[in-house]
Design a protein around this ligand. Sequence first.
Ligand SMILES: [Zn+2]
Length: 152
Amino acid sequence: MNADGRRKNGPASEQPDDRTLYEAAVKMRERSYAPYSRFRVGAALLAKDGTVWTGCNIENASYGACNCAERTAFFKAVSEGEKQFSAIAIAGGPEGAETLDFCPPCGICRQVMEEFCGQDFRIILGNSAGELKVLTMAELLPYGFGPGDLDK
Ligand SMILES: [Zn+2]
């Protein structure tokens, strides 16, 4: 990872596979700032050019200011000019837990994904048993409200 928080993976032929992306999300849990919920989440967002943008959840004493790992990754990427994405891996669970279970994105994060991602955008969840569950945007947010709906 370079100084601005992104990991360059080179051309498309070298894009990380699902497990590699999930392991990046697991590693990002270490950066989680979650003193209130003690629920630590990491995310790894894959741009179509192969760049991996990582994020963690960042909580706040004013609870409404909390931000999820997925949105941290999206906002880092979009703020640097990236808007084309193919997948995101998410790893979350209670602080100190010995095992991780599948951790699906919350509704607000699904809405942020809807803004930038197509119906084939992939959401990769994992657990400590080594299983990966891969869902699409179409499965996670059917009939979502997106940019195109403003023109109707
Ligand atoms: Zn969320």
